[in-house]
Design a binder for this molecule. Structure first.
Ligand code: BG6
Length: 468
């Protein structure tokens, strides 16, 4: 069964934000690339009928990436709608009917996690789970215990090989490039360890606030929303050993070892912030303690990384929208020419969003009599107009049963284990001004002469030409 493609695409939450922003555009893109030919069934409560759902699909495409009339005509023709409450058996009987002869449906649960159990049970009771796969959105649970419980619920009806825990960061081209770059070049390996690396920073900054998602955000906050998943996944890819083989489990086994080596965070390792004005957002409590910013200091207990601090920051209403990794190398042991400070140390910089770039900074002599230097960056910026969007890539993979870019049961639990001790209000939340880099307290978790590196919209000067 594992190597057979799914033969129907069913998405719960068809009228929700995720369907609107990601699923319809991904479906249109898959149709355009013409590797998608199966019924599409949207399940929801709030659309009045199929025409209304088609209207929403059209609007979604107009707003997110553009409508392709030919692909939309195909999407529209394949689209079916099952209307009903997830708690009602009738909904699942209707779904069974809509599935017709399909025997290997893919179910995408684009719904709040508290509905997962009801839907999984509904699918099983109506005999819709046979031969099926299920895609589950992040955050997968609220903490370690609830993630374990969710895994138990899913495994009552689905084998692990049929469960696809989605983290769209893993479908991003630049994130894949990070993994590729590490293991496709031999020059990194000798220095990729605590002998040469001073510290590693990962920053995910967004200028936007919570964009009307106050109710959702109140339930999660930055740590659950992006640190437990996107940020720790990036750290795992940066720190893991090379996979021994190409099968999905070879990669996921190594990632798992990386997760397990992450020392669980303690309150002293975290600073939480909340932007001024968050409490006035719709759906947000007037005394909310939920963080819209988090900075953590993480340690990885392996020979390779012992003693290297990993600084991770994620926040809303920051000065720029950018996700960036900075691997700072140790300064030369002796300053032969001008003084070299840590901030001038060599580094590798990986821009993961909004554009891809990989930069290596170096110090070079300024032309002139004096032996004084300046910092320059050698920059590679791969890119293509035809880049696959993460949801298109991941949904295509799930349809084919390829689990490489999905989070395994043990991986999701290990990642929760890292953040579990800092969840809830175990640390204070500090207010910060919008359009700043978070609360001043963030400096406290920096050790020694390490400094936060703020990604900026760089005037990228020095380019390295692509070799033929
Ligand atoms: C989502 C979070 O997973 O990732 C959002 O729920 C966040 O809060 C988003 O804005 C960022 O994703 P991207 O792809 O725009 O970097």
């Amino acid at each position: 069964m594992a190597n057979l493609d799914s033969d129907a695409f069913v998405f719960f939450g068809a009228t929700g934000d995720l369907a609107y922003e990601q699923i319809f555009p991904a479906l249109q893109a898959m149709i355009r690339r013409s590797h998608f030919n199966m019924p599409i069934i949207g399940v929801a409560r709030s659309a009045k009928g199929l025409e209304q759902l088609r209207g929403r699909a059209r609007e979604s495409l107009e707003k997110h990436g553009g409508l392709d009339p030919d692909a939309f005509a195909v999407l529209s023709a394949k689209l079916q709608y099952v209307n009903g409450d997830y708690g009602s058996q009738q909904t699942f009987r209707d779904l069974r009917k809509a599935l017709g002869g399909a025997s290997r449906p893919l179910y995408y649960l684009a719904i709040p996690p508290n509905m997962f159990e009801t839907v999984v049970k509904g699918l099983a009771d109506a005999d819709c789970d046979k031969g099926a796969r299920v895609v589950v959105e992040k955050p997968f649970g609220r903490d370690l215990a609830s993630a374990q419980e969710l895994n138990r619920i899913l495994h009552r009806s689905f084998l692990e090989s049929a469960v696809f825990r989605i983290d769209h960061y893993l479908g991003k081209e630049p994130v894949q490039n990070l993994l590729y770059f590490r293991f496709a070049n031999s020059f990194l390996e000798p220095i990729w360890n605590s002998n040469y690396v001073q510290s590693v920073q990962v920053t995910m900054a967004e200028t936007l606030g919570v964009q009307g998602r106050g109710v959702f955000y109140e339930e999660v906050g930055a740590i659950r929303d992006v640190v437990q998943n996107h940020m720790l996944e990036v750290v795992a890819l940066l720190t893991m050993e090379e996979p021994t083989g190409r099968d999905p489990d070879a990669l996921r086994d190594e990632k798992q070892r990386a997760f397990r080596a992450m020392r669980p965070l303690t309150p002293a390792d975290v600073v939480r912030g909340q932007f001024r004005g968050y409490r006035k957002e719709d759906g947000v409590a007037s005394n909310s303690q939920v963080e819209t910013f988090a900075a953590v200091r993480l340690h990885i207990d392996t020979w390779r990384w012992a003693g290297v601090p990993f600084y991770i920051r994620a926040g809303k209403r920051m000065p720029v929208t950018a996700t960036e990794v900075l691997v700072e190398l140790k300064r030369p042991p002796q300053a032969v020419f001008d003084t070299i400070t840590q901030s001038q140390a060599n580094y590798f910089r990986f821009r993961l969003s909004p554009n891809v770039s990989i930069a290596l900074s170096a110090r070079v002599k300024v032309p002139g009599e004096a032996m004084v230097g300046e910092d320059v960056e050698l920059l590679v910026r791969p890119g293509s107009d035809d880049e696959m969007m993460p949801y298109e890539r991941l949904l295509g993979d799930a349809i084919r049963g390829d689990s490489l870019l999905f989070v395994r049961e043990d991986g999701v639990e290990a990642a929760w284990g890292v953040v579990d001790p800092i969840l809830g209000n175990v640390t204070p939340v500090h207010e910060y001004e919008p359009n700043t880099w978070g609360p001043v307290e963030t400096e406290q978790i920096m050790a020694g002469d390490n400094r936060w590196h703020n990604p900026h919209l760089i005037a990228e000067k020095t380019q390295v030409a692509k070799l033929k």
